[in-house]
Design a protein around this ligand. Structure first.
Ligand SMILES: Cc1cc2nc3c(=O)[nH]c(=O)nc-3n(C[C@H](O)[C@H](O)[C@H](O)COP(=O)(O)OP(=O)(O)OC[C@H]3O[C@@H](n4cnc5c(N)ncnc54)[C@H](O)[C@@H]3O)c2cc1C
Length: 644
């Protein structure tokens, strides 16, 4: 299969403008003849659904939460990037583009990233117009802070609740369209299957999570904005409900899955403690603006209280190794370094593993005063204290890397269309812009760019061009392909309910997570990946034979929901291991121990791997096929990433 990015050629600065000009438009009277399904109401989905509704399309939006505004995007703390250059510190669209391509270790598509940097400035205007309460400077301009991988301050924020405030803005826009009758909103409704007719995406099968009713929804185009799959590891900073099932269902219907092994392990999270934990908590990267990361120089000091370790015996290892970026090196680098110092026996966490490093605010408090630190990060400090019972104003936080974000996702072209015509993918669910490592504060930017500023054009173009074909083949709910998709979904649920199993889905999910963390985690090697590829199918078989789902399908049944999602994680986990094994290089969040520089940094192999790997499902139990989209670097020179 040949993969075409469909990105416009010519000067990159005007590529998106030219592309938009060349698109076909749907006239206002015809827009109301089209129906678009948007699965997901996080920042990507809510912004897409609201904008498509505002344009006059009929939109059906779905989410599994009890309210659209409780999508996982609400958890985002630190901020959203935009190349406004309000600080006058040297930022520009080109610099944001450059930082993002470099930050992603040269494994993203230049033209997508350039467009992202361009529209970033419009996102802030739109959010401000909606009333999103961004922090401001004394003069009234919006304030900025720094995030990893950048030497300028371009991150807009609303205390530690940026995602929540942005989502309230997008949700208001969505609610307006619901009120106007343009958007039909289905909350507590989970997509179970994609409907394909004549090779085009034409609808979805859903389950009402309260009543268990299975419904068929047909449309002219389908958008998946269903978030990332980090919960394959069981423990992650993601909301417990986040899952990869919508994307996986589309994958099994032919949508290619790109770069599944690119996982982001975030350096500043609360460490694992004990066996019973069900979730890990993020401490926003924004804290590295003022917090200094250190461990004792000598392993013998790890049991001492931090205040008893004199300055001379502390190793501020990020500042020492990366003087240019210091504590604000990108996440993959900060995470790997934390692992390294802990592996050396200098970790300060709970025994016996002692997997934690200090994030210390003492200097910042002395310099700026506690009040300023409280103003900047008050809610994060409070959260830390509530969970750990330690006061971070008095004693350094203890942090350790945890799974946080997935750069991989469904393959999309420049138009954010998958290889299935009519199936568009937005936000964390697609693989598009972050390469092998996402820079902090760039996920919110990408989700909103996709939803507010890209999809409304590209879906219009698709509908304008495919409109006649679509009109010739109207798809009713009882269409044979819709009925077979429904039967498939019902059969899967019935199999779980009828299974005479012994353990709940969490039991197997936790075991999958352990395998993933051990063999497909922060550092991977050939033998470990082969082991994962051997072990995961065995666990999957055991899961299907022994999972127990009590209750019925005709009512609220969270065990049934979980079983369905864990089944998909069991397949996706194996694909991640296969992708990691096939990629014989280190790049960004994908660190293969066999491929590192003498200084322990990731060593890319541009000759053989400067490409996107996009996997095709070839049937249950079969080895998937790996396709390749070569990446061209015309503007950013391929080089060894350095933050020294
Ligand atoms: C703790 C934390 C803090 C973060 N902080 C930042 C930050 O400061 N800055 C930043 O840029 N990024 C941050 N991120 C990353 C960012 O929050 C996410 O990448 C982003 O919000 C994802 O948005 P989304 O719209 O793609 O998906 P989500 O917000 O995850 O939304 C997914 C939507 O899909 C729906 N859905 C999923 N599957 C189905 C299905 N089968 N049927 C129906 N509906 C379905 C859900 O109900 C939901 O509405 C953070 C992430 C975490 C975990």
């Amino acid at each position: 299969m040949e993969l075409h990015s469909n990105a416009p050629t010519g000067p990159i600065e005007t590529a998106w403008d030219r592309h938009r000009f060349e698109m076909k438009l749907v006239n206002p009277a015809n827009k109301r003849k089209f129906t678009v399904i948007v699965v997901g109401t996080g920042l990507a989905g809510a912004s897409a659904a609201a904008t498509m509704g505002e344009l006059g399309y009929n939109v059906k939006a779905f989410c599994f939460q009890d309210s659209a505004r409780r999508a996982h995007s609400i958890a985002a703390q630190g901020g959203i990037n935009a190349a406004k250059n309000y600080q006058g510190d040297g930022d520009s669209i080109y610099r944001l583009f450059y930082d993002t391509v470099k930050g992603g270790d040269f494994r993203s598509r230049e033209r997508n990233v350039y467009r992202l940097a361009q529209v970033s400035v419009s996102i802030i205007d739109q959010a401000v117009a909606q009333g999103v309460p961004f922090a401001r400077e004394y003069g009234g301009l919006l304030a900025n802070r720094s995030f990893g991988g950048a030497q300028v301050s371009r991150t807009f924020y609303a205390r530690g609740q940026t995602g929540q405030q942005l989502l309230l803005g997008a949700y208001q826009a969505l609610a307006r369209q619901v009120g106007l009758g343009q958007v039909e909103l289905h909350e507590r409704t989970e997509m179970l299957e994609l409907i394909l007719v004549d090779g085009r995406a034409r609808g979805v099968i859903t389950r009402n999570l309260k009543t268990g009713q299975i419904d068929t929804h047909t449309a002219d185009a389908v958008v998946l904005a269903t978030g990332g799959y980090g919960n394959v590891y069981f423990l992650s900073t993601n909301a417990k409900g986040s899952n990869g099932s919508a994307a996986w269902r589309a994958h099994r219907k032919g949508a290619l899955f790109a770069n599944p092994c690119y996982t982001q392990i975030h350096p500043t999270c609360l460490p694992v403690h004990g066996e019973g934990q069900s979730k890990l908590t993020l401490m926003s990267e924004s804290l590295r603006n003022d917090g200094r990361v250190w461990v004792p120089k000598n392993a013998a000091d790890v049991t001492k209280r931090p205040q008893d370790i004199p300055e001379a015996d502390r190793d501020y290892y990020l500042e020492r190794k990366y003087p240019a970026f210091g504590n604000l090196v990108p996440r993959d680098i900060a995470a790997r370094n934390a692992k390294d110092v802990c592996d050396e026996g200098r970790g300060v966490g709970y025994p016996p593993e002692r997997e934690a490093v200090y994030l210390d605010f003492a200097d910042a408090i002395n310099r700026l005063g506690q009040h300023t630190i409280e103003e900047r990060y008050g809610n994060l400090f409070e959260m830390y204290e509530r969970i750990t019972d330690e006061d971070p104003y008095k004693t350094p936080m203890k942090i350790y890397p945890a799974v946080h974000y997935t750069m991989g996702g469904l393959w999309v072209d420049y138009n954010l269309q998958s290889n299935i015509p009519g199936l568009f993918v937005a936000g964390e669910a697609n693989f598009s812009d972050h390469g092998a490592n996402r820079l902090g504060a760039s996920a919110l930017m990408q989700g909103l760019a996709d939803g507010y500023f890209v999809l409304p054009y590209t879906i219009g173009n698709y509908l304008a061009r495919a409109g006649r074909d679509l009109a010739k083949t109207p798809v009713a709910e009882d269409h044979a392909d819709a009925r077979s998709a429904k039967a498939e979904a019902e059969g899967r649920l019935k199999a779980f309910l009828d299974n005479p199993g012994s353990h709940g889905p969490d039991h197997f999910h936790r075991r999958l997570g352990k395998l993933m963390w051990e063999y497909v985690g922060m550092a991977r090697d050939k033998a470990g990946l082969q082991k994962a590829i051997e072990e995961i199918p065995k666990l999957r078989e055991e899961f299907h034979a022994k999972v127990r789902v009590p209750g019925s399908g005709a009512s609220f049944n969270q065990t049934l929901e979980k079983a369905n999602r864990v089944a998909d994680f069991m397949e996706l986990g194996e694909l991640m291991a296969r992708d990691a094994l096939a990629r014989e290089e280190s790049a960004g969040g994908h660190f293969r121990v066999e491929y590192q520089t003498e200084e322990g940094e990731a060593r890319r192999n541009d000759d053989d791997f400067a490409h996107v790997a996009a996997w095709e499902w070839t049937g249950k139990g079969n080895t998937p096929t790996r396709h390749v989209e070569d990446l061209d670097f015309e503007y950013v020179k391929l080089s060894q990433r350095s933050y020294k």
